[in-house]
Design a protein around this ligand. Structure first.
Ligand SMILES: NC(=O)c1ccc[n+]([C@@H]2O[C@H](COP(=O)([O-])OP(=O)(O)OC[C@H]3O[C@@H](n4cnc5c(N)ncnc54)[C@H](OP(=O)(O)O)[C@@H]3O)[C@@H](O)[C@H]2O)c1
Length: 289
């Protein structure tokens, strides 16, 4: 940990890879002092002036210790922003996603940001700071088999909207950055966890979903992913803006999701069934009792 102190300090969670790491580097290059929350410190970030903090957002002790370290180093100056970026993606048909996976989804994506906000709000008040919460297009539209991630990001968005009004008296703005699909490791990690869950599920229930999951996988294989820079630009804008907006949307598919969220629900369901190749698939026969 370095002892450099600047008034424009940013706490960024989930900075070991993907969007978080790219964001940490971009913010550091713009002159912010970045406190990068990572599970395990990596030597390659050391030369960048970024301060790495061991931070597991699901562990209240770890979050409190990180806030204490930042407070000590900021020495009364507070911080300019908290970026809640750490996240996981849990996917699968509801019947086949173990409840422990649903818990993990909400622990990291919802309770994690809440713990971080609870611990860092005093520093945000002190520094005239802001909150930037990273959401996903799935918060607004019904991607089948992405129920866990969609529900967690919808919860995060709802929470962010309340928080914005709660923190308004101290002029601490709260922004949501809603991202479309970006090229990161999150999908491979999620697919591996989903695969593992399937091996542990009742094969008769798995068989009921095989046709739909095959269609979904085929559609997913054709998914276009934006480069991580698209997400980074939106997050940096939210961190830098003199008057941060309530919501930023990044990625063509995220903008399409905003439009789809406004059409009637039944029509939207049909659009999704068609786009994902699900329409017309007959359910597999039920197993013999
Ligand atoms: N990529 C996309 O298409 C996309 C789209 C919409 C929204 N998002 C959101 O963007 C954010 C970043 O995702 P990404 O695509 O960059 O994924 P990623 O490459 O998997 O990075 C996620 C980061 O979160 C960290 N993390 C996971 N659990 C954590 C925990 N308990 N405590 C602290 N850190 C934890 C990971 O650390 P470890 O690797 O050490 O576990 C990793 O650094 C997430 O909130 C995600 O939901 C991504």
């Amino acid at each position: 940990m370095t002892s450099a102190i600047t008034p424009r300090a940013v706490l960024l969670t989930g900075a070991s890879g993907g969007i978080g790491r790219a964001c940490a580097l971009a913010l550091a290059a713009k002159g912010f002092h970045v406190y990068a929350g990572v599970h395990t410190a990596t030597p390659d970030l050391d030369a960048t002036g970024i301060t790495q903090l061991t931070l597991d957002v699901t562990d209240s002790g770890s979050v409190a210790a990180a806030a204490e370290q930042v407070a000590k180093h900021q020495d009364g100056q507070g911080i300019h922003a908290v970026v809640n970026n750490a996240g996981v993606l849990v996917q699968g048909p509801t019947e086949l996603v173990p409840i422990s996976e649903w818990h993990r989804q909400f622990e990291v994506n919802v309770h994690g940001p809440v713990l971080v906000i609870q611990a860092f709000t005093p520093l945000l008040r002190e520094g005239g700071g802001r909150v930037v919460n990273i959401s996903a297009a799935s918060a607004r539209v019904p991607f089948p088999f992405l129920g866990p991630i969609g529900a967690s990001k919808a919860a995060l968005e709802s929470y962010s909207e309340s928080l914005r009004v709660e923190l308004a008296p101290w002029r601490v703005p709260v922004s949501i950055v809603q991202l479309g699909a970006m090229r990161t490791e999150i999908f491979a990690k999620s697919a591996a966890a989903a695969e593992m869950a399937l091996t542990q599920a009742d094969p008769r229930t798995v068989a009921l979903y095989n046709r739909q999951l095959a269609a979904f996988d085929q559609a997913a294989a054709g998914q276009r992913y934006a480069p991580v820079g698209v997400a980074v630009s939106a997050i940096v804008r939210a961190v830098e803006a003199r008057r941060p907006r309530a919501r930023y949307v990044a990625g063509t598919d995220a903008r399409l999701a905003v439009w789809l969220s406004r059409i009637p629900a039944r029509l939207r369901d049909r659009v999704f069934e068609r786009a994902l190749g699900l329409s017309g698939i007959e359910p597999a026969p039920l197993p013999a009792a």
